[in-house]
Design a protein around this ligand. Structure first.
Ligand code: AMP
Length: 583
Protein backbone atom coordinates (compact mmCIF):
# COMPACT_ATOMS: atom_id res chain seq x y z
CA UNK A 1 0.00 0.00 0.00
CA UNK A 2 1.84 3.03 -1.19
CA UNK A 3 0.87 6.57 -0.53
CA UNK A 4 1.63 9.18 -3.08
CA UNK A 5 3.64 12.13 -2.03
CA UNK A 6 1.42 14.92 -3.27
CA UNK A 7 -1.60 13.58 -1.39
CA UNK A 8 -4.10 13.84 -4.22
CA UNK A 9 -4.76 10.18 -4.78
CA UNK A 10 -7.89 8.49 -3.49
CA UNK A 11 -7.29 6.70 -0.22
CA UNK A 12 -6.53 2.99 -0.46
CA UNK A 13 -8.96 0.71 1.37
CA UNK A 14 -8.36 1.30 5.05
CA UNK A 15 -8.47 -2.34 5.95
CA UNK A 16 -8.71 -5.57 4.06
CA UNK A 17 -6.73 -8.72 3.90
CA UNK A 18 -3.17 -8.32 2.76
CA UNK A 19 -3.16 -8.83 -1.02
CA UNK A 20 0.39 -10.12 -0.64
CA UNK A 21 -0.65 -13.03 1.55
CA UNK A 22 -3.85 -13.70 -0.42
CA UNK A 23 -1.81 -14.04 -3.62
CA UNK A 24 0.11 -16.92 -2.06
CA UNK A 25 -3.07 -19.00 -1.95
CA UNK A 26 -3.84 -18.85 1.76
CA UNK A 27 -7.43 -19.29 2.80
CA UNK A 28 -9.66 -16.63 4.31
CA UNK A 29 -9.43 -17.79 7.92
CA UNK A 30 -5.66 -17.64 7.88
CA UNK A 31 -5.74 -14.27 6.13
CA UNK A 32 -8.07 -13.05 8.86
CA UNK A 33 -5.67 -14.27 11.53
CA UNK A 34 -2.74 -12.49 9.85
CA UNK A 35 -4.79 -9.35 9.52
CA UNK A 36 -5.67 -9.46 13.21
CA UNK A 37 -1.97 -9.82 14.01
CA UNK A 38 -1.21 -6.75 11.93
CA UNK A 39 1.04 -8.43 9.36
CA UNK A 40 1.07 -6.24 6.28
CA UNK A 41 2.95 -8.29 3.72
CA UNK A 42 4.75 -11.62 3.47
CA UNK A 43 8.48 -11.74 4.16
CA UNK A 44 10.74 -13.10 1.37
CA UNK A 45 10.92 -16.62 2.86
CA UNK A 46 7.13 -16.66 3.18
CA UNK A 47 6.69 -15.53 -0.41
CA UNK A 48 8.97 -18.29 -1.65
CA UNK A 49 8.04 -21.17 0.64
CA UNK A 50 4.27 -20.93 1.09
CA UNK A 51 3.11 -21.75 -2.49
CA UNK A 52 5.16 -24.97 -2.90
CA UNK A 53 4.28 -26.11 0.61
CA UNK A 54 0.58 -25.51 -0.06
CA UNK A 55 0.99 -27.60 -3.21
CA UNK A 56 2.27 -30.46 -1.09
CA UNK A 57 5.89 -30.34 -2.22
CA UNK A 58 8.87 -31.06 0.00
CA UNK A 59 11.01 -28.05 0.77
CA UNK A 60 14.57 -27.30 1.76
CA UNK A 61 14.74 -23.75 3.08
CA UNK A 62 17.69 -21.72 4.19
CA UNK A 63 16.46 -19.11 6.63
CA UNK A 64 17.51 -17.87 10.04
CA UNK A 65 15.35 -16.87 12.97
CA UNK A 66 13.76 -13.51 12.40
CA UNK A 67 13.06 -14.04 8.71
CA UNK A 68 9.49 -15.12 9.39
CA UNK A 69 10.25 -18.77 8.73
CA UNK A 70 7.88 -20.05 11.43
CA UNK A 71 4.89 -18.59 9.62
CA UNK A 72 6.38 -19.78 6.32
CA UNK A 73 5.88 -23.40 7.33
CA UNK A 74 3.05 -23.05 9.88
CA UNK A 75 0.54 -21.33 7.59
CA UNK A 76 0.62 -23.95 4.79
CA UNK A 77 0.79 -26.72 7.38
CA UNK A 78 -2.41 -25.47 9.00
CA UNK A 79 -4.20 -25.06 5.70
CA UNK A 80 -3.23 -28.53 4.54
CA UNK A 81 -4.12 -30.43 7.67
CA UNK A 82 -7.58 -28.90 7.70
CA UNK A 83 -8.01 -29.83 4.05
CA UNK A 84 -6.66 -33.35 4.38
CA UNK A 85 -8.90 -35.95 5.96
CA UNK A 86 -8.86 -35.61 9.73
CA UNK A 87 -7.19 -38.51 11.48
CA UNK A 88 -7.16 -39.50 15.12
CA UNK A 89 -3.46 -39.08 15.71
CA UNK A 90 -1.21 -36.12 15.03
CA UNK A 91 -1.31 -35.09 11.39
CA UNK A 92 1.77 -32.95 11.70
CA UNK A 93 5.03 -33.17 13.58
CA UNK A 94 7.41 -30.25 13.99
CA UNK A 95 10.83 -31.04 15.40
CA UNK A 96 12.83 -28.24 16.97
CA UNK A 97 16.12 -28.15 18.87
CA UNK A 98 15.13 -26.46 22.13
CA UNK A 99 12.25 -26.27 24.57
CA UNK A 100 12.05 -22.48 24.11
CA UNK A 101 11.56 -22.98 20.41
CA UNK A 102 9.02 -25.76 21.03
CA UNK A 103 6.97 -23.36 23.13
CA UNK A 104 7.37 -20.52 20.64
CA UNK A 105 6.42 -22.60 17.62
CA UNK A 106 3.42 -24.10 19.44
CA UNK A 107 2.32 -20.58 20.28
CA UNK A 108 2.68 -19.60 16.64
CA UNK A 109 0.57 -22.59 15.54
CA UNK A 110 -2.09 -21.49 18.02
CA UNK A 111 -1.92 -17.88 16.96
CA UNK A 112 -2.19 -18.50 13.23
CA UNK A 113 -4.60 -21.41 13.61
CA UNK A 114 -7.00 -19.78 16.05
CA UNK A 115 -9.92 -19.85 13.65
CA UNK A 116 -9.18 -23.35 12.41
CA UNK A 117 -9.58 -24.99 15.82
CA UNK A 118 -6.31 -26.82 15.61
CA UNK A 119 -5.07 -28.57 18.73
CA UNK A 120 -1.33 -28.30 19.24
CA UNK A 121 0.92 -29.75 21.93
CA UNK A 122 4.52 -28.80 22.64
CA UNK A 123 6.51 -31.64 24.16
CA UNK A 124 9.95 -31.16 25.59
CA UNK A 125 12.04 -32.43 28.44
CA UNK A 126 11.67 -31.18 31.96
CA UNK A 127 7.93 -30.89 31.63
CA UNK A 128 5.82 -33.30 33.70
CA UNK A 129 4.95 -36.21 31.48
CA UNK A 130 1.44 -36.76 32.91
CA UNK A 131 -0.33 -33.81 31.24
CA UNK A 132 1.49 -34.59 27.98
CA UNK A 133 0.16 -38.15 28.06
CA UNK A 134 -3.33 -36.96 28.86
CA UNK A 135 -3.39 -34.47 25.99
CA UNK A 136 -1.81 -36.94 23.57
CA UNK A 137 -4.51 -39.45 24.45
CA UNK A 138 -7.26 -36.93 23.83
CA UNK A 139 -5.77 -36.34 20.39
CA UNK A 140 -3.86 -33.41 18.98
CA UNK A 141 -3.42 -32.27 15.41
CA UNK A 142 0.08 -30.89 15.65
CA UNK A 143 2.93 -31.98 17.91
CA UNK A 144 5.91 -29.67 18.33
CA UNK A 145 8.71 -31.61 19.97
CA UNK A 146 12.38 -31.71 20.83
CA UNK A 147 13.83 -34.92 19.37
CA UNK A 148 14.81 -36.59 22.65
CA UNK A 149 11.42 -36.20 24.23
CA UNK A 150 9.63 -37.21 21.02
CA UNK A 151 11.65 -40.42 20.98
CA UNK A 152 10.79 -41.05 24.65
CA UNK A 153 7.11 -40.92 23.80
CA UNK A 154 7.55 -43.08 20.72
CA UNK A 155 9.30 -45.73 22.83
CA UNK A 156 6.59 -45.62 25.46
CA UNK A 157 4.06 -45.96 22.66
CA UNK A 158 2.39 -42.75 23.73
CA UNK A 159 3.18 -40.93 20.48
CA UNK A 160 1.92 -42.56 17.30
CA UNK A 161 3.31 -41.17 14.10
CA UNK A 162 1.68 -43.48 11.58
CA UNK A 163 -0.88 -40.89 10.48
CA UNK A 164 1.53 -38.00 10.25
CA UNK A 165 1.21 -36.31 6.90
CA UNK A 166 3.55 -33.38 7.34
CA UNK A 167 6.92 -33.23 9.08
CA UNK A 168 8.91 -30.05 9.62
CA UNK A 169 12.52 -30.05 10.77
CA UNK A 170 13.12 -26.57 12.12
CA UNK A 171 16.65 -25.24 12.76
CA UNK A 172 18.05 -28.51 11.47
CA UNK A 173 21.68 -27.34 11.73
CA UNK A 174 21.16 -26.63 15.39
CA UNK A 175 19.61 -30.08 15.94
CA UNK A 176 22.61 -31.70 14.32
CA UNK A 177 24.99 -29.55 16.38
CA UNK A 178 23.28 -30.81 19.49
CA UNK A 179 23.87 -34.39 18.48
CA UNK A 180 20.34 -35.28 17.41
CA UNK A 181 21.17 -36.76 13.99
CA UNK A 182 20.42 -40.38 14.96
CA UNK A 183 17.31 -39.37 16.88
CA UNK A 184 15.99 -37.58 13.80
CA UNK A 185 16.52 -40.65 11.65
CA UNK A 186 14.80 -42.84 14.25
CA UNK A 187 11.81 -40.51 14.51
CA UNK A 188 11.37 -40.10 10.76
CA UNK A 189 11.45 -43.85 10.36
CA UNK A 190 8.22 -44.00 12.34
CA UNK A 191 6.38 -41.70 9.94
CA UNK A 192 4.72 -42.79 6.68
CA UNK A 193 6.88 -42.71 3.55
CA UNK A 194 4.34 -40.61 1.63
CA UNK A 195 4.45 -37.69 4.04
CA UNK A 196 5.38 -34.11 3.09
CA UNK A 197 8.66 -32.92 4.63
CA UNK A 198 10.10 -29.45 5.04
CA UNK A 199 13.55 -28.76 6.42
CA UNK A 200 14.68 -25.31 7.54
CA UNK A 201 18.22 -24.45 8.48
CA UNK A 202 20.14 -21.23 8.89
CA UNK A 203 23.20 -22.78 7.28
CA UNK A 204 23.53 -25.47 4.62
CA UNK A 205 26.67 -27.47 5.38
CA UNK A 206 27.11 -30.90 3.69
CA UNK A 207 25.64 -32.78 6.66
CA UNK A 208 22.37 -30.88 6.17
CA UNK A 209 22.46 -31.79 2.49
CA UNK A 210 22.93 -35.41 3.56
CA UNK A 211 19.95 -35.42 5.90
CA UNK A 212 17.88 -33.63 3.25
CA UNK A 213 18.92 -36.26 0.73
CA UNK A 214 17.82 -39.05 3.09
CA UNK A 215 14.46 -37.61 4.09
CA UNK A 216 13.21 -35.20 1.42
CA UNK A 217 11.76 -36.05 -1.99
CA UNK A 218 12.62 -33.68 -4.86
CA UNK A 219 12.57 -30.71 -2.58
CA UNK A 220 12.03 -27.18 -3.78
CA UNK A 221 15.06 -25.26 -2.58
CA UNK A 222 14.59 -21.80 -1.19
CA UNK A 223 17.52 -19.58 -0.28
CA UNK A 224 16.92 -16.07 0.81
CA UNK A 225 19.18 -13.05 0.71
CA UNK A 226 22.16 -14.45 -1.11
CA UNK A 227 22.97 -11.56 -3.37
CA UNK A 228 24.88 -8.61 -2.05
CA UNK A 229 23.06 -5.34 -1.79
CA UNK A 230 23.93 -3.22 -4.82
CA UNK A 231 27.15 -1.27 -4.50
CA UNK A 232 26.54 2.31 -3.52
CA UNK A 233 23.27 1.54 -1.78
CA UNK A 234 25.01 0.32 1.36
CA UNK A 235 24.40 2.67 4.24
CA UNK A 236 27.03 5.06 5.53
CA UNK A 237 25.62 5.87 8.92
CA UNK A 238 26.76 4.95 12.39
CA UNK A 239 25.20 1.55 13.03
CA UNK A 240 24.79 0.12 16.49
CA UNK A 241 22.97 -2.93 17.76
CA UNK A 242 21.93 -3.85 21.28
CA UNK A 243 21.30 -7.51 22.02
CA UNK A 244 18.51 -7.64 24.56
CA UNK A 245 16.34 -10.51 25.84
CA UNK A 246 12.82 -10.19 24.48
CA UNK A 247 11.11 -9.13 27.74
CA UNK A 248 13.46 -6.15 28.01
CA UNK A 249 13.14 -4.82 24.47
CA UNK A 250 10.60 -2.16 25.30
CA UNK A 251 12.70 -0.90 28.21
CA UNK A 252 15.74 -0.92 25.92
CA UNK A 253 13.90 1.22 23.37
CA UNK A 254 13.02 3.68 26.13
CA UNK A 255 16.64 3.82 27.25
CA UNK A 256 17.93 4.29 23.70
CA UNK A 257 15.52 7.17 23.17
CA UNK A 258 16.44 8.73 26.50
CA UNK A 259 20.09 8.64 25.55
CA UNK A 260 19.62 9.90 22.01
CA UNK A 261 16.83 12.39 22.81
CA UNK A 262 16.18 12.73 19.06
CA UNK A 263 13.98 15.46 17.67
CA UNK A 264 13.26 13.48 14.53
CA UNK A 265 13.45 9.71 14.55
CA UNK A 266 11.81 6.82 12.82
CA UNK A 267 11.05 3.75 14.91
CA UNK A 268 10.41 0.67 12.78
CA UNK A 269 8.62 -2.48 13.83
CA UNK A 270 7.19 -5.49 12.05
CA UNK A 271 3.46 -5.37 12.63
CA UNK A 272 0.63 -2.89 12.92
CA UNK A 273 -0.09 -4.12 16.43
CA UNK A 274 3.48 -3.42 17.52
CA UNK A 275 3.31 0.03 15.96
CA UNK A 276 0.19 0.85 17.94
CA UNK A 277 1.49 -0.63 21.18
CA UNK A 278 4.86 1.09 21.00
CA UNK A 279 3.31 4.41 20.10
CA UNK A 280 1.07 4.22 23.15
CA UNK A 281 4.01 3.25 25.32
CA UNK A 282 6.13 6.12 24.01
CA UNK A 283 3.32 8.63 24.48
CA UNK A 284 2.82 7.24 27.98
CA UNK A 285 6.39 8.11 28.86
CA UNK A 286 6.06 11.60 27.54
CA UNK A 287 7.42 11.34 23.99
CA UNK A 288 5.74 13.12 21.12
CA UNK A 289 5.16 9.98 19.05
CA UNK A 290 2.71 9.08 16.29
CA UNK A 291 1.92 5.81 14.54
CA UNK A 292 1.80 5.19 10.82
CA UNK A 293 0.75 1.87 9.28
CA UNK A 294 -1.24 0.28 6.51
CA UNK A 295 -4.38 -0.01 8.61
CA UNK A 296 -4.89 3.75 8.63
CA UNK A 297 -6.83 5.84 6.15
CA UNK A 298 -5.06 8.25 3.84
CA UNK A 299 -6.52 11.16 5.78
CA UNK A 300 -5.11 9.82 9.04
CA UNK A 301 -1.72 9.23 7.47
CA UNK A 302 -1.61 12.70 5.95
CA UNK A 303 -2.35 14.20 9.34
CA UNK A 304 0.46 12.20 10.97
CA UNK A 305 2.97 13.08 8.26
CA UNK A 306 2.08 16.77 8.46
CA UNK A 307 2.70 16.76 12.21
CA UNK A 308 6.03 14.99 11.71
CA UNK A 309 7.20 17.31 8.95
CA UNK A 310 6.30 20.39 10.93
CA UNK A 311 8.21 19.11 13.97
CA UNK A 312 5.09 18.71 16.12
CA UNK A 313 5.93 15.03 16.42
CA UNK A 314 9.44 13.82 17.26
CA UNK A 315 8.99 10.11 16.72
CA UNK A 316 7.28 8.34 13.88
CA UNK A 317 6.56 4.68 14.61
CA UNK A 318 6.07 2.79 11.35
CA UNK A 319 5.86 -0.52 9.55
CA UNK A 320 7.98 -1.03 6.45
CA UNK A 321 4.94 -1.01 4.23
CA UNK A 322 3.67 2.29 5.56
CA UNK A 323 7.06 3.96 5.31
CA UNK A 324 7.66 2.78 1.78
CA UNK A 325 6.71 5.42 -0.72
CA UNK A 326 6.34 8.07 1.96
CA UNK A 327 8.13 11.31 1.47
CA UNK A 328 9.81 11.35 4.83
CA UNK A 329 12.17 14.19 5.64
CA UNK A 330 15.69 13.48 6.84
CA UNK A 331 15.74 12.03 10.35
CA UNK A 332 18.61 11.99 12.83
CA UNK A 333 17.92 8.44 14.02
CA UNK A 334 16.43 5.29 12.63
CA UNK A 335 15.62 2.83 15.37
CA UNK A 336 14.75 -0.75 14.51
CA UNK A 337 12.67 -2.32 17.25
CA UNK A 338 13.25 -5.63 15.40
CA UNK A 339 15.86 -6.75 12.97
CA UNK A 340 14.06 -6.50 9.62
CA UNK A 341 13.36 -9.87 8.05
CA UNK A 342 15.42 -9.09 4.94
CA UNK A 343 18.66 -7.14 4.49
CA UNK A 344 17.06 -5.05 1.74
CA UNK A 345 14.47 -3.84 4.23
CA UNK A 346 17.27 -2.89 6.63
CA UNK A 347 19.04 -0.87 3.97
CA UNK A 348 15.80 0.80 3.00
CA UNK A 349 14.95 1.66 6.61
CA UNK A 350 18.28 3.17 7.53
CA UNK A 351 18.55 5.05 4.25
CA UNK A 352 16.21 7.54 5.88
CA UNK A 353 19.06 8.97 7.90
CA UNK A 354 22.59 10.19 7.15
CA UNK A 355 21.45 11.65 3.85
CA UNK A 356 23.55 14.07 1.85
CA UNK A 357 26.50 14.04 4.21
CA UNK A 358 24.42 14.72 7.31
CA UNK A 359 24.95 12.90 10.59
CA UNK A 360 22.85 9.85 11.06
CA UNK A 361 22.55 6.95 13.44
CA UNK A 362 20.89 3.59 12.99
CA UNK A 363 20.15 1.64 16.14
CA UNK A 364 18.82 -1.90 16.12
CA UNK A 365 17.42 -3.82 19.06
CA UNK A 366 18.18 -7.49 18.56
CA UNK A 367 16.92 -10.55 20.37
CA UNK A 368 19.66 -13.07 21.16
CA UNK A 369 18.21 -15.50 18.64
CA UNK A 370 18.29 -12.93 15.85
CA UNK A 371 22.04 -12.29 15.91
CA UNK A 372 22.63 -14.40 12.84
CA UNK A 373 20.29 -12.16 10.90
CA UNK A 374 22.39 -9.21 11.94
CA UNK A 375 25.53 -10.85 10.62
CA UNK A 376 23.79 -11.58 7.31
CA UNK A 377 23.03 -7.90 7.03
CA UNK A 378 26.64 -6.98 7.81
CA UNK A 379 27.90 -9.37 5.15
CA UNK A 380 25.47 -8.30 2.49
CA UNK A 381 25.82 -4.58 3.07
CA UNK A 382 29.58 -4.88 3.62
CA UNK A 383 29.26 -2.55 6.55
CA UNK A 384 29.94 -2.91 10.24
CA UNK A 385 27.27 -2.91 12.90
CA UNK A 386 28.74 -2.33 16.36
CA UNK A 387 27.23 -4.56 19.01
CA UNK A 388 27.18 -2.54 22.22
CA UNK A 389 25.77 -2.83 25.71
CA UNK A 390 22.47 -1.09 26.32
CA UNK A 391 23.31 2.19 28.04
CA UNK A 392 23.28 1.61 31.80
CA UNK A 393 21.55 3.67 34.44
CA UNK A 394 24.96 5.26 35.10
CA UNK A 395 25.33 6.16 31.38
CA UNK A 396 21.92 7.73 31.47
CA UNK A 397 22.88 9.73 34.56
CA UNK A 398 26.00 11.02 32.82
CA UNK A 399 23.93 11.96 29.79
CA UNK A 400 21.36 13.77 31.92
CA UNK A 401 24.10 15.62 33.78
CA UNK A 402 25.49 16.71 30.42
CA UNK A 403 22.07 17.93 29.33
CA UNK A 404 21.66 19.73 32.63
CA UNK A 405 25.03 21.43 32.25
CA UNK A 406 24.15 22.46 28.72
CA UNK A 407 20.85 23.98 29.77
CA UNK A 408 22.42 25.84 32.68
CA UNK A 409 25.10 27.13 30.31
CA UNK A 410 22.39 28.29 27.89
CA UNK A 411 20.65 30.10 30.73
CA UNK A 412 23.92 31.80 31.67
CA UNK A 413 24.46 32.87 28.09
CA UNK A 414 20.92 34.22 27.83
CA UNK A 415 21.48 36.42 30.89
CA UNK A 416 18.53 38.27 32.46
CA UNK A 417 19.29 36.73 35.81
CA UNK A 418 18.63 39.76 38.03
CA UNK A 419 15.46 38.37 39.54
CA UNK A 420 17.30 35.21 40.53
CA UNK A 421 20.44 36.94 41.80
CA UNK A 422 18.34 38.27 44.66
CA UNK A 423 17.45 34.72 45.66
CA UNK A 424 21.07 33.59 45.34
CA UNK A 425 22.24 36.43 47.52
CA UNK A 426 19.76 35.71 50.26
CA UNK A 427 20.66 32.00 50.20
CA UNK A 428 24.38 32.83 50.16
CA UNK A 429 24.05 34.53 53.52
CA UNK A 430 23.66 31.13 55.11
CA UNK A 431 25.18 28.77 52.51
CA UNK A 432 28.27 28.42 50.42
CA UNK A 433 27.36 29.81 46.94
CA UNK A 434 28.75 26.57 45.41
CA UNK A 435 26.21 24.58 47.41
CA UNK A 436 23.47 26.92 46.32
CA UNK A 437 24.45 26.42 42.69
CA UNK A 438 24.65 22.63 43.15
CA UNK A 439 21.18 22.53 44.72
CA UNK A 440 19.72 24.54 41.85
CA UNK A 441 21.40 22.26 39.32
CA UNK A 442 20.02 19.22 41.15
CA UNK A 443 16.52 20.59 40.66
CA UNK A 444 17.10 21.08 36.92
CA UNK A 445 18.57 17.58 36.73
CA UNK A 446 15.60 16.03 38.45
CA UNK A 447 13.20 17.93 36.22
CA UNK A 448 15.06 16.58 33.15
CA UNK A 449 14.90 13.01 34.42
CA UNK A 450 11.17 13.25 35.11
CA UNK A 451 11.78 11.45 38.37
CA UNK A 452 11.61 8.05 36.75
CA UNK A 453 12.85 5.00 38.58
CA UNK A 454 15.30 3.40 36.16
CA UNK A 455 16.35 -0.22 36.18
CA UNK A 456 19.34 -1.86 34.58
CA UNK A 457 18.52 -3.64 31.32
CA UNK A 458 20.34 -6.93 30.88
CA UNK A 459 22.39 -7.27 27.73
CA UNK A 460 22.64 -10.74 26.28
CA UNK A 461 26.00 -10.31 24.64
CA UNK A 462 27.28 -13.90 24.41
CA UNK A 463 26.58 -15.25 20.98
CA UNK A 464 24.93 -18.59 21.16
CA UNK A 465 26.94 -20.12 18.37
CA UNK A 466 30.18 -18.99 19.96
CA UNK A 467 29.13 -20.46 23.29
CA UNK A 468 28.37 -23.88 21.85
CA UNK A 469 31.55 -23.74 19.80
CA UNK A 470 33.53 -23.13 23.01
CA UNK A 471 31.92 -25.99 24.83
CA UNK A 472 32.71 -28.31 21.97
CA UNK A 473 36.33 -27.28 21.85
CA UNK A 474 37.14 -27.17 25.52
CA UNK A 475 35.01 -29.72 27.29
CA UNK A 476 33.84 -32.77 25.38
CA UNK A 477 31.10 -33.60 27.89
CA UNK A 478 29.76 -30.16 28.43
CA UNK A 479 28.03 -30.35 25.07
CA UNK A 480 25.62 -32.90 26.45
CA UNK A 481 24.97 -30.78 29.48
CA UNK A 482 24.40 -27.71 27.33
CA UNK A 483 22.04 -29.73 25.20
CA UNK A 484 20.11 -31.02 28.20
CA UNK A 485 19.76 -27.51 29.50
CA UNK A 486 18.47 -26.27 26.14
CA UNK A 487 16.02 -29.05 25.44
CA UNK A 488 15.15 -29.45 29.09
CA UNK A 489 15.47 -33.15 28.51
CA UNK A 490 17.06 -33.89 31.84
CA UNK A 491 16.64 -30.71 33.80
CA UNK A 492 13.90 -30.26 36.39
CA UNK A 493 12.51 -26.92 35.34
CA UNK A 494 10.38 -26.43 32.25
CA UNK A 495 11.43 -22.82 31.77
CA UNK A 496 14.89 -21.43 31.42
CA UNK A 497 15.60 -18.29 33.39
CA UNK A 498 15.93 -15.21 31.35
CA UNK A 499 17.24 -11.90 32.52
CA UNK A 500 19.62 -11.59 35.41
CA UNK A 501 21.13 -14.67 36.80
CA UNK A 502 23.32 -13.10 39.48
CA UNK A 503 21.11 -14.01 42.39
CA UNK A 504 21.52 -17.50 43.79
CA UNK A 505 18.02 -17.41 45.36
CA UNK A 506 15.19 -19.57 44.11
CA UNK A 507 12.97 -17.32 42.07
CA UNK A 508 9.23 -17.23 41.96
CA UNK A 509 6.92 -15.29 39.66
CA UNK A 510 4.46 -12.67 40.83
CA UNK A 511 1.32 -11.99 38.82
CA UNK A 512 0.42 -8.32 38.75
CA UNK A 513 -3.05 -7.67 37.40
CA UNK A 514 -2.08 -4.73 35.21
CA UNK A 515 -0.02 -4.51 32.07
CA UNK A 516 0.76 -2.46 29.03
CA UNK A 517 -2.85 -1.44 28.51
CA UNK A 518 -2.62 0.50 31.79
CA UNK A 519 0.41 2.36 30.43
CA UNK A 520 2.75 0.47 32.71
CA UNK A 521 6.31 -0.22 31.59
CA UNK A 522 8.79 -2.74 32.99
CA UNK A 523 10.68 0.19 34.54
CA UNK A 524 7.56 1.24 36.45
CA UNK A 525 7.23 -2.22 37.96
CA UNK A 526 10.88 -2.38 38.92
CA UNK A 527 10.67 1.12 40.37
CA UNK A 528 7.51 0.39 42.35
CA UNK A 529 8.86 -2.86 43.75
CA UNK A 530 12.28 -1.45 44.58
CA UNK A 531 10.87 1.68 46.22
CA UNK A 532 7.88 0.22 47.99
CA UNK A 533 9.52 -2.94 49.24
CA UNK A 534 12.78 -1.09 49.85
CA UNK A 535 15.00 -3.54 48.00
CA UNK A 536 17.75 -3.43 45.43
CA UNK A 537 16.23 -3.71 41.95
CA UNK A 538 19.07 -6.04 40.93
CA UNK A 539 17.51 -8.90 42.87
CA UNK A 540 14.60 -8.92 40.42
CA UNK A 541 14.63 -11.34 37.51
CA UNK A 542 12.83 -11.37 34.18
CA UNK A 543 9.75 -9.28 33.59
CA UNK A 544 7.12 -10.34 31.10
CA UNK A 545 4.32 -8.00 30.17
CA UNK A 546 1.10 -8.50 28.28
CA UNK A 547 -1.63 -5.94 27.78
CA UNK A 548 -3.59 -7.17 30.77
CA UNK A 549 -1.05 -8.45 33.27
CA UNK A 550 2.62 -8.64 34.14
CA UNK A 551 4.83 -11.37 35.55
CA UNK A 552 7.86 -10.44 37.60
CA UNK A 553 10.47 -12.91 38.84
CA UNK A 554 11.41 -12.21 42.43
CA UNK A 555 13.43 -14.12 45.02
CA UNK A 556 11.06 -16.54 46.70
CA UNK A 557 11.85 -15.37 50.21
CA UNK A 558 10.94 -11.79 49.31
CA UNK A 559 7.64 -12.59 47.56
CA UNK A 560 5.37 -12.03 50.57
CA UNK A 561 7.01 -8.74 51.51
CA UNK A 562 6.71 -7.49 47.93
CA UNK A 563 3.04 -8.51 47.67
CA UNK A 564 2.36 -6.73 50.93
CA UNK A 565 4.19 -3.58 49.88
CA UNK A 566 2.54 -3.43 46.45
CA UNK A 567 -0.93 -3.96 47.87
CA UNK A 568 -0.50 -0.70 49.75
CA UNK A 569 0.54 1.37 46.76
CA UNK A 570 -0.42 2.37 43.23
CA UNK A 571 1.52 1.72 40.05
CA UNK A 572 1.14 4.58 37.58
CA UNK A 573 -2.01 5.57 39.44
CA UNK A 574 -3.50 2.08 39.37
CA UNK A 575 -4.33 0.00 42.39
CA UNK A 576 -3.30 -3.52 41.37
CA UNK A 577 -3.87 -7.03 42.65
CA UNK A 578 -0.65 -8.99 43.15
CA UNK A 579 -0.30 -12.69 43.81
CA UNK A 580 2.16 -15.52 43.43
CA UNK A 581 1.84 -16.92 39.91
CA UNK A 582 1.44 -20.67 39.64
CA UNK A 583 2.00 -22.16 36.19
P1 AMP B 1 10.52 -16.10 12.91
O1 AMP B 1 11.61 -15.83 11.93
O2 AMP B 1 9.59 -17.13 12.44
O3 AMP B 1 11.08 -16.36 14.29
O4 AMP B 1 9.63 -14.77 13.03
C1 AMP B 1 10.12 -13.58 13.53
C2 AMP B 1 9.04 -12.61 13.95
O5 AMP B 1 8.47 -11.96 12.83
C3 AMP B 1 7.89 -13.19 14.74
O6 AMP B 1 7.69 -12.37 15.87
C4 AMP B 1 6.70 -13.10 13.82
O7 AMP B 1 5.52 -12.85 14.55
C5 AMP B 1 7.04 -11.92 12.93
N1 AMP B 1 6.54 -12.06 11.56
C6 AMP B 1 6.56 -13.17 10.79
N2 AMP B 1 6.06 -12.91 9.57
C7 AMP B 1 5.74 -11.59 9.55
C8 AMP B 1 5.17 -10.72 8.56
N3 AMP B 1 4.85 -11.16 7.34
N4 AMP B 1 4.96 -9.43 8.90
C9 AMP B 1 5.27 -9.00 10.15
N5 AMP B 1 5.80 -9.75 11.12
C10 AMP B 1 6.04 -11.05 10.83
Amino acid sequence: MKTDTNHTQIAPPARGFSPGFAALGLEAKLLAALDALGYEEPTPIQREAIPPLLAGQDLLGQAATGTGKTAAFTLPLLQRITQLARRPHPSALILVPTRELAIQVAEAVNRYGKELRIAVLPIYGGQAIGPQLHTLKRGVDVVVATPGRALDHIRRNTLQLKHVQIVVLDEADEMLDMGFADDLDAILEQTPGERQTALFSATMPPRIAAIAHRHLKDPVEVTIARETVRAGTAPRVRQTAYVVPRPHKVAALGRVLDMASPTSALVFCRTRLEVDELTEMLKGRGSRAEAIHGGMTQVQRDRVMKAFRSGKTDLLVATDVAARGLDIPHVSHVINFDVPSAPEAYVHRIGRTGRAGREGAAITIVEPREQRLLRNIEQLTKSKIDVANVPSVADLKVKRLELTRASVQDALAAGELDLFQVVVESLAEKHDPRDVAAAAIKLVYQANGEGRAEAEIPTASARREDASEMSRRHAPHSMDRARDAKTGERSGSPYGRTGRSASPSTMTKLHIAAGRAAGIRPGDLVGAIANEAGLDSRVLGAIEMTDKFSLVEVPEEMADGIIDALSRTRIKGHKVAVRVYRQ
